[in-house]
Design a binder for this molecule. Sequence first.
Ligand SMILES: [Zn+2]
Length: 239
Amino acid sequence: MSDHENIVTPAGPAVLRRTDRRTLAISVLPSGNLELTAPHESTVDAIQGKVGKRLRWIAKQRADFAAMRHNRLPLRYESGATHTYLGRQYRLKVSRGEPATVRLRGAYFYITALTVSAAEVETLLDEWMRQKAAVQFSRRLAVWEPWCRHRRLPLPKLSLRRMSKRWGSAGAGGRIALNPVLVRAPSICIDYVIAHEVCHLKHPAHNRAFFRLLESVFPRWREAKLRLESASGIPALEL
Ligand SMILES: [Zn+2]
């Protein structure tokens, strides 16, 4: 999306985009940055004035996001710790025993472990998440097969890869790697990451054509992106 300009508002610098909408939309991003979407005919003066009337609301949004970032503490692997799966929160109940198992029942992950050390519980839960990720991701990716076939694109081939900075990547021949940690995020976020990577099979770069395609195949991508960036219990990674 290249048709934007940087302006200064009473709430600080902001990115301004022009669209066919009829009113000004003000968004505070999880980073605290301000994004404005305005009608083509609005003057920068008028936009600055409108932002000036929303200062209290903008400050509240920024404070909420800052608190959320603060809440992004390292995960704990002991009884009582909270972990998310498909965007829902569950608590761990760890007990000693064998065989080592992980079961999801009601609001809890019941984990049976030999030593109940944090490292062992982490390994068990990671393995459980990885298995669920394989099932969830391949089912959601399979939906795209007819779409790819129709466009003579290579059929997506999924692999799971733990990456420290990224949710996913797309490579030659339809290879799509997804971070198994993504299975902790809400479904709409998983579908968004998959749509994003599938669009890369057609357009490798984040250029205008890429975003136009993403917009047409996944119109709710902005909402999903925002949720992915602000969801608690998952790391802050990039696409
Ligand atoms: Zn990308």
